[in-house]
Design a protein around this ligand. Structure first.
Ligand SMILES: NC(=O)c1ccc[n+]([C@@H]2O[C@H](COP(=O)([O-])OP(=O)(O)OC[C@H]3O[C@@H](n4cnc5c(N)ncnc54)[C@H](O)[C@@H]3O)[C@@H](O)[C@H]2O)c1
Length: 462
């Protein structure tokens, strides 16, 4: 080990056993055998799942790591006492959702979970610690945490340092992203103690990440960097979707377009897929927060710029649903529609803010009945994502063929690789006629489908 040995009682802990806390804890345990890693959550069911054979989240490679490390040096628990008490570094990985009540609802993060977590940490803190913000938080949250820590610490002499170490992992490639990140950013307060804490966290990361990838910054830059990265990703997706809409009008093909512009090294090829918009728990809320920050600091033009990224995204989801209705004789009422994919993107079981759910809700509004299949998302999660509106109109199927049997249309909402390999001749034979395919992710071979007999529609292409 580069820094404290387990012999001397070195432990770290992650508060929050979600996507970030659970996977971060698992990767640290895998790469730092001599460090005990605790992952703590207030949700006992979630902890029970992490301790079972069926983990609460799906990510490639995660099962194997958890199997190797669990109860060796990785421990999932609801007990703060031992986990926090024995840890030198405490990663705050709790959820920071958009606030859904009171003033500024729908515009700012709800920091209630963060505050409760810090208070709980301090109740169990009798020795010096480093508290690391991994959750995405608005700028200046470290200042608030520092003030809260000072007011709640048991002894004046305790030294509790705050760092910002935003998590850049992407769901769908989370384990790979943590094992081999593009960069690790650590922001600290400009004091000797801040630098010392930064050195200790860097040393932990250096167990598997080369020094040149570990970037030090001011704490405010680190907090803003996460918002900035997500805003730029969201803006790219909205930009290509806006171009895709124009393609449909002028007869251009967005796949060819993005292929060509992406070859320009100044632009690059990633995040140029035209589809049904971005989703997930982060992009929308982080752009919302950026809009709020700009408004708050008196920058209405900057706020409006980022607001447009969000409205383009909403427009794209609605536009796709409208297209389905229009092309199917202007009515989907009473028609069974097979929806392929519920996850917000491939590689994850997460349905939070999934564009698939938005499309499904739009179709339910038009009185369609839905037969949904996702290779990874559970029946309960699919129904949860649709909330109260689902009624009797939604059935969750065990295979593509089950979903398509008796359906008038196939709607691809998630770009799972298995959907590229569907036997569409067979699917066509079990569907109502006319049979439609709406490819919301541009992953299917349109010529082949048309030759079988389908009416085929994609996004950003005629
Ligand atoms: N999911 C992502 O892809 C991703 C990527 C980068 C950053 N982030 C950010 O990381 C943070 C966590 O995201 P997530 O997706 O892991 O959230 P999540 O909802 O999957 O998990 C959060 C967990 O924290 C737990 N929790 C809440 N309050 C707690 C408390 N006081 N003590 C202990 N546990 C508590 C919840 O029960 C939940 O299990 C958010 O700020 C998010 O924006 C998420």
């Amino acid at each position: 080990m580069l820094f404290v040995q387990k012999k001397s009682g070195f432990s770290v802990c992650c508060i929050g056993a979600g996507y970030v806390g659970g996977i971060t804890g698992a990767v640290i345990a895998e790469k730092c055998r001599d460090v005990d890693v605790y992952v703590v959550d207030i949700n006992g069911d979630r902890i029970a799942q992490w301790n079972s054979d069926t983990l609460p989240i799906y990510e490639a490679g995660l099962d194997a790591i958890v199997k190797r490390t669990r109860d060796r040096n990785l421990f999932f628990t609801t007990s703060f006492k031992h986990a926090v008490g024995s840890s030198v570094i405490v990663f705050l990985c709790v959820n920071t959702p958009i606030k859904k009540y009171g003033a500024d609802r729908g515009r700012v993060y709800d920091l209630a979970y963060t505050e409760k977590a810090v208070i709980e940490i301090m109740k169990h803190t009798d020795s010096d610690k480093i508290i690391v913000e991994k959750s995405t938080v608005p700028c200046k949250t470290a200042e608030k945490i520092r003030a809260l820590v000072e007011k709640t610490k048991k002894h004046k002499a305790l030294n509790i340092e705050i760092l910002s170490n935003p998590e850049f992992l992407a769901q769908g490639s989370a384990v790979g992203d943590l094992l081999d990140p593009d960069r690790v950013l650590i922001g600290s307060f400009p004091t000797d103690r801040g630098s010392s804490a930064l050195g200790k966290l860097s040393a932990l990361y250096r167990n598997w990440i080369p020094q040149e990838k570990i970037i030090a910054s001011s704490i405010w830059t680190a907090e803003l960097a996460k918002l900035a990265a997500n805003a730029l990703l969201a803006q790219r997706i909205s930009s290509i979707n806006a171009l895709g809409e124009l393609c449909e009008k002028v007869g251009a093909d967005v796949l060819q377009l993005s292929g060509v512009v992406g070859k320009d090294r100044r632009i690059g090829e990633k995040y140029l897929s035209c589809g049904i918009g971005f989703g997930g728990s982060c992009l929308e809320k982080d752009v919302c927060c950026l809009v709020y920050l700009c408004d708050y600091h008196g920058l209405p033009d900057a706020a409006e710029y980022w607001r447009q990224v969000l409205s383009m995204n909403r427009h794209q989801k609605e536009r796709f649903t409208r297209k389905i209705t229009e092309k199917m004789f202007s009515s989907v009422s009473g028609k069974r529609i097979a929806v392929l994919g519920a996850a917000f993107k491939k590689g994850t079981s997460d349905t939070r803010d999934s564009p698939a759910a938005a499309v499904m809700l739009g179709l339910l509004e038009e009185h369609a009945t839905l037969a949904v299949y996702d290779p990874v998302v559970s029946r309960e999660e699919i129904l949860d994502a649709l909330g109260a509106k689902k009624g009797q109109a939604v059935s969750v199927c065990d295979s593509v063929e089950d979903a398509c049997r008796g359906s008038s249309a196939v709607v691809v909402c998630t770009e799972w690789d298995v959907f590229r390999k569907i036997d569409f001749e067979r699917v066509y034979s079990v569907m109502e006629k006319p049979a439609y395919v709406f490819d919301g992710r541009n992953i299917l071979d349109r010529k082949k489908l048309a030759a079988i007999g389908f009416d085929v529609y994609s996004v950003g292409r005629l």
